[in-house]
Design a protein around this ligand. Structure first.
Ligand SMILES: *Cc1c(COP(=O)(O)O)cnc(C)c1O
Length: 422
């Protein structure tokens, strides 16, 4: 087995770590990876991430640094910023946030003070921790108000968003989340934010690649601030960006540095630039639409097998399945699926009667398998494996899981990944 790019020096100098890296490459090759926030980055992104740029300190912004020797880092960050602006059509981009959570913190630091009211989607309904959930600093240091989804439709309740906004007058409103299978109505959120004079933050971490590829409506022109990770559907390195209109640019830049961070991770910045170059290239539009086509096909195949999908289906890369009618919890199902070669995560479903650590649902996403080249015609097979696994899990039939894992490996043998040569 061989990780790509190859790691001969690491293998010689630290075989313990190298062995685990090799094993992880093989694991990523041998499994159907359906974790909705994950992907396979290109070898070019892997190479940029593993470069000497990790050696350099660059506190500040291009042309305004606190350390010398920025002859190469400045143009790299300039390229990343220019590509982000071009791909998304934004006035301004900051590519320095270390990850999605600190990117959201920057929005708080820029536009709210401790104790201010913020409005976000409740975590169990599909929001993110950093949208004011209680265990997060954002829920402890600010005064969070939360919206959810309608019980009958599983979709965001915009009437509730409007009512809460009018009643509580939040400083920030977050639109976006981690388990939303349907299109987010950014113009409707913008209208509500405008009415109560709140800053609308569109957190497009999950759907950034779909937005870049024209497979989900863009928040640009509706949200003053757009935060995103770069490693989910956008298929870049682990990192984040914040895009803003011209008016909110300065406050966001000051919040990221010096407000929250020191030196940017230049190897990540370079890899973000590379990923954005890929997102601007021909082919990415069809990649984004293929992700959605695969998710729709998987949804259809699961519905045919009697699975209960939150909201009844999907508009994007993500499916949320309520397993209550299958007589198995989300956690044992996810664990059995992992043993059967299908990797995903257990997840709460809206109005979940079970505990967050042992919830009723599983979450699936199609970004990684689409990168691999799986097509809608493969989705009925995946749905069949999921059903067989869930049945086997309910019966504690370990042998059935091994059979499925072998079938999965056989299918995947025809679909190489960028980070591994079998
Ligand atoms: C993934 C995600 C984040 C956080 O990103 P990290 O890089 O894990 O910190 C923030 N918001 C949303 C909506 C996400 O899906």
């Amino acid at each position: 087995m061989t990780h790509q790019p190859a790691i001969p020096t690491l293998s010689a100098n630290d075989p313990e770590i190298a062995g685990l890296v090799e094993a992880e490459a093989a694991r990523q090759h041998d499994k159907i990876r359906l974790i909705a926030s994950e992907n396979y980055v290109s070898r070019a992104v892997l190479e940029a991430t593993g470069s000497v740029l990790t050696n350099k300190y660059s506190e500040g912004y291009s042309g305004r640094r606190y350390y010398e020797g920025q002859q190469n880092v400045d143009p790299i960050e300039d390229l990343a910023v220019a590509r982000a602006k071009a791909v998304f059509g934004a006035d301004h981009a900051n590519v320095q946030p270390y990850s999605g959570s600190p990117a959201n913190l920057a929005a708080y630091l820029a536009f709210a003070r401790p104790g201010d009211t913020v409005l976000g989607m409740a975590l169990p309904a599909g929001g993110h921790l950093t949208h004011g959930w209680s265990v997060s600093a954002t829920g402890k240091w600010f005064d969070p108000v939360r919206y959810g989804v309608r019980k009958e439709t599983g979709r965001i309740d915009l009437d509730e968003v409007r009512d809460l906004a009018r009643e509580h007058r939040p400083k920030l409103i977050f639109a976006g989340g981690t388990a939303i299978p349907r299109t987010i109505d950014f113009p409707a959120f913008a209208e509500i934010a405008r009415e109560v004079d709140a800053v609308l933050v569109a957190d497009i971490a999950h759907i950034a690649g779909l937005v870049a590829g024209g497979a989900h409506p863009s928040p640009v022109g509706h949200a003053q601030v757009i935060t995103t990770t770069t490693h989910k559907t956008l298929r870049g390195p682990r990192g984040a960006m914040i895009m803003t209109d011209a008016e909110h640019a300065k406050a966001i830049d000051k919040a990221v540095f010096p407000g929250l961070q020191g030196g940017p991770h230049n190897h990540t910045t370079a890899a973000i630039a590379v990923a954005l170059g890929e997102a601007a290239a021909p082919g990415f539009q069809s990649y984004a639409h293929d992700i959605v086509a695969n998710a729709r096909a998987l949804a259809e195949a699961l519905l045919e097998r009697g699975f209960d999908l939150v909201s009844g289906g999907t508009d994007n890369h993500l499916l949320l399945v309520d397993l209550t009618n299958k007589q198995v919890g989300g956690k044992p199902a996810a664990q059995a699926l992992d043993r059967a070669g299908i990797e995903l995560n257990y997840n709460t479903v809206p109005f979940d009667p079970r505990k967050p650590f042992d919830p009723s649902g599983i979450r699936l996403g199609t970004a990684a398998i689409t990168t691999r080249g799986l097509r809608p015609e493969h989705q009925p097979r995946i749905a069949e494996w999921i059903e067989r696994t869930v049945t086997a899990a309910a019966r504690e039939d370990e042998g059935a899981l091994e059979t499925i894992a072998a079938e999965v490996r056989e299918l995947l043998g025809a679909f190489p990944i960028p980070g591994y040569v079998a």
